[in-house]
Design a binder for this molecule. Structure first.
Ligand SMILES: [Zn+2]
Length: 66
C-alpha cells in the first residue's frame, strides 16, 4: 500500500523537476562548474539548463529551504 503512494510521489517529483528544468532551460545556460564549490557539473546535468550548482550543493541548498 505504501509502495503505491511512494511511487506516486516519485512520479509527481519527477514531473515537477522536468517542468522546472524546462522553465529554466531558455533563461539561463548551465555552468560547467559549480558556483559554490567549483566542482565540475556533469554534462548530463548541464543539459537540464540553468544548472549553476553541483548535485551536492544543490541538495544542500534545497534542504536549507525546507
Ligand atoms: Zn558544488
Amino acid at each position: 500500500m505504501s509502495d503505491i503512494i511512494d511511487r506516486a510521489n516519485d512520479q509527481a517529483q519527477e514531473e515537477l523537476e522536468r517542468n522546472l528544468a524546462k522553465a529554466a532551460r531558455f533563461d539561463t545556460p548551465s555552468l560547467t562548474e559549480c558556483i559554490e564549490c567549483g566542482e565540475d557539473i556533469p554534462e548530463r546535468r548541464q543539459r537540464l539548463g540553468g544548472v549553476t550548482r553541483c548535485i551536492d550543493c544543490q541538495s544542500h541548498l534545497e534542504s536549507r529551504r525546507h
